[in-house]
Design a protein. Structure first.
Length: 185
């Protein structure tokens, strides 16, 4: 029996179709690449910082920037932080601090149950991703989604105070308060 080879088509949104999923211009190529990275990430979360940042999405991370983020990951892991694979991707790196875990009761009351660090990279423009990234620190016991905004330099300078913080303590870090971003992963 012979099978007829089917040609795959995809709807482009402007009333036309791609035959065999061929894209027609660089802008569409970039959009499709970003969408593929996000779809891949949802199905296969990255197992490491290097794998997350190595995912094709926007401009690539330079080798020197990759070393900085890998060094940050190593430093945090040595201090007892855990890389959260399910909440990390090509533009977001997330760690939680196990010793600060206050239990699920805090989550039920609308509070952060564990201290978490979220590093957000802007890979939409070429440039220095280390100096351009934002770091959000979500302290245990704080209202859910409220974060302290800083940079990588501010994070490393105040890491000891972040780790020592427990619910009810005076907040020892001078970072401005903001709201955690809801990334579209």
């Amino acid at each position: 029996m012979s099978r007829v080879k089917e040609t795959k088509t995809a709807h482009r949104g402007d009333g036309q179709f791609w035959r065999g999923f061929r894209r027609r211009n660089p802008r569409e190529d970039a959009l499709v690449t970003t969408m593929q990275a996000q779809i891949w990430h949802r199905r296969y979360p990255p197992s490491s910082v290097r794998q997350a940042l190595g995912t094709r999405c926007g401009h690539p991370v330079t080798r020197s920037d990759m070393r900085v983020f890998a060094g940050l990951d190593s430093m945090l892991r040595l201090c007892g932080w855990t890389f959260i694979q399910e909440c990390s991707g090509p533009q977001i790196l997330t760690w939680s601090y196990g010793p600060s875990d206050a239990g699920a009761g805090y989550l039920d009351r609308g509070r952060e149950p564990i201290t978490t660090i979220v590093t957000i990279l802007d890979r939409s423009v070429a440039g220095d991703t280390v100096h351009g990234c934002a770091v959000e620190v979500l302290l245990v016991g704080e209202p859910r989604g409220r974060s302290r905004i800083t940079t990588l330099a501010g994070l490393t300078a105040h890491l000891g105070a972040i780790e020592a913080y427990r619910p009810g303590d005076r907040i020892p870090i001078p970072f401005p308060t903001g709201h955690a971003r809801e990334p579209d992963l």
